[in-house]
Structure formats: C-alpha cells, structure tokens
Design a protein around this ligand. Structure first.
Ligand code: G3P
Length: 218
C-alpha cells in the first residue's frame, strides 16, 4: 500500500519524505488555507515546491465547478509539474472533466467519494485515483472502512485500474484496516503515519538492551 501524506505543510512533508516511506502528497483547498497559502501565483508556487520535495504523485485540487473551468485549471496544474495529479470533485461536471483528462493522459484523483456508485462512475470515466473519505463517514456514524471493501470488490470484479486512495484517514487503525482491505493508497496526517512506529514493548526492550550493554561496556 502506498503512503501519501494529507497536508500542505512543508515541514511535515519533509519529515515524512526523510523517513523514506513517502509515496506522494494529497492537498485540498482547506489544507492550503490552513497553511495561509492564497492567491493563484502563491498556490501554484506551493504545489511546485511540494513536487520538488517528494518523488511521487501530488494531488492539486481544482476550484472551478463548471466543466470548462475545471479543464482550464486542470491543464494549468498538470503543466506545472509532471508529478501533479488533478484533483476533481465527484460531480456530473467533474466526471466529464475526468473523462477529458483521461483521454489526454493527465492523471486525476476524484475526490469527495462517499458511495461505491460514485467510485464506479469515476473509474468508468478513467480516474487514476478515487478518494473515498473514511473518517468523514465515521463522523456521521457510518463505517467508512466498509466503503473501501465495497469499492475493492467492484474494482476487482471488473479489473478497473483506478487506484483506491483511502482518504480522510485519521489514525493508525484506519491505516491498518485500509491495508487489510486492499486499498492501493492511504493518505493521512503525519501523526497517523508516525503512530505506526510506537509500541511500549519496543521502548522498554530497547531500554533494557542499552542498559545491559552499558553494564558490560564501562
Ligand atoms: O484530502 C481529503 C481528506 O483526506 C480530508 O480529510 O480529515 O478533513 O476529513 P479530513
């Protein structure tokens, strides 16, 4: 399973990249706003900086909601850097735009997926990635992980090449369950990725090893 980090924070992206396990980055307009990145030129420059830090795909979301606007914005984003994936919302216009980019060989990530039917449509339109939002479904008392399983079954039934990018991942158990269910990619915060490192028996075991070594190596 590929690991993407879901942030526009450069320090966190660098930290994950330095760990050596990062496969890409996802952003969205809220995450850009959280970092205080505003205005067309600054937003474009920020995406370019992220691409220069990481090796893999970087999702950059369109703001337009009409077909022509999405095409124009998406083409500008794709021209910015070969690692850019154009992130497009799951709407009727969005599906048309995904089909357009698919025929042009431009990678897309269909975002705001909350049902298997939406994922099926995006896959048929040729999306590179679909982003089912696990955490936001959990937020409304619906098991978000069930959606990952449903989409996996459908994509495997028909051999869709569209990758399942589990989004809105919030913690370590989401990551583990996504891996068990066969998500192709998960995107989550740095805290969830680093959380996988932790185990008290690792800490106490290492402390014991070092203490024993110190006793005989004075
Ligand atoms: O990038 C989309 C998604 O990952 C957002 O996550 O935590 O805001 O629901 P969250």
């Amino acid at each position: 399973m590929k690991f993407f980090i879901d942030t526009a924070n450069l320090e966190q992206i660098k930290e994950a990249q330095d760990l050596g396990i990062l496969d890409g980055v996802t952003t969205n307009p809220s995450l850009m706003a959280k970092e205080g990145i505003s205005g067309y030129n600054k937003i474009m420059a920020h995406y370019k900086t992220i691409c220069d830090i990481v090796d893999g795909d970087v999702s950059a979301e369109v703001i337009a909601t009409d077909y022509e606007g999405m095409i124009k914005e998406g083409e500008n984003l794709a021209a910015l850097h070969p690692q850019i994936v154009v992130k497009i919302p799951m709407t009727k216009e969005g599906i048309k735009a995904i089909k357009y980019f698919s025929t042009k060989g431009i990678k897309t990530n269909c975002t705001l997926i909350f049902s298997a039917g939406q994922a099926l449509l995006a896959a048929k339109a040729g999306a590179t990635y679909v982003s089912p939002f696990v955490g936001r479904l959990d937020d409304i008392s619906t098991n978000g992980l069930n959606l990952i399983a449903e989409i996996r079954l459908i994509f495997d039934n028909y051999g869709f090449e569209t990758q399942i990018l589990a989004a809105s991942v919030r913690h370590t158990m989401h990551i583990l369950h996504c891996a068990q269910l066969g998500a192709d990619v998960m995107t989550g915060p740095l805290s969830a990725i680093l959380g996988l490192l932790k185990h008290p028996l690792t800490d106490s075991g290492l402390a014991q090893f070092l203490a024993d070594h110190a006793k005989t190596n004075k």
